[in-house]
Design a protein around this ligand. Sequence first.
Ligand code: 5GP
Length: 203
Amino acid sequence: MMSPSLLIVVSGPSGVGKNTVINNLFIRKPDLRYSVSATTRDPRPNEIDGQHYFFLTETEFQKKITAGDFLEWAKVYEYYYGTPKQHVQQLLSSGCDVILDVDVQGALQVKKSLPEAVLIFLAPPSLAELKKRLAGRNTEPETELNKRLQYIETEFQMMPQYDYLVINKEIDLTCDQIECIILAEKRRVNRQPENLLNNILNG
Ligand code: 5GP
């Protein structure tokens, strides 16, 4: 019997619009919880420690790896990123659905340790469109931008291992599709509470 709470993992190339999609999902589904990751990259001007990421030094991050504090971690574009294990476990056991925004390496690690996790790959309508969006958002210097572009190939190679593919063409449509995935996953027979059948038979 799986936990009735969903662990939803969303990945996709840089610039695909993951943040916008996730923020919209929170407006639609206030019961969703976001797992705040740790990272060794510097905060961007608008980012708040503890809200967008836990910003750690490399030494602090390594200590957490050694202590087994991460559900998964990966080196992405030369920085470390990781999902704090305890926080996710607490949210799941309190009955919340939890959303993780992690890269492809991290997503596959999550699936390995928690096969019931639902992996959603968010793809752009086209590579040309993605490059346009990435260049237009102006958040990374050119060297960073190039690393993100080079990583796209790896990301697409790993995509077939995901459970779902959603093309982010129009935000409302994307969120509708993810909501449908969540709804369908919640109706899986093996996610229902053990006493449900008894209640139906004896009710
Ligand atoms: P950014 O630096 O643009 O916020 O994120 C860069 C990449 O790191 C994105 O693909 C994002 O999904 C990924 N990422 C963010 N948090 C985590 C995490 O906890 N674990 C892993 N493996 N990747 C993460």
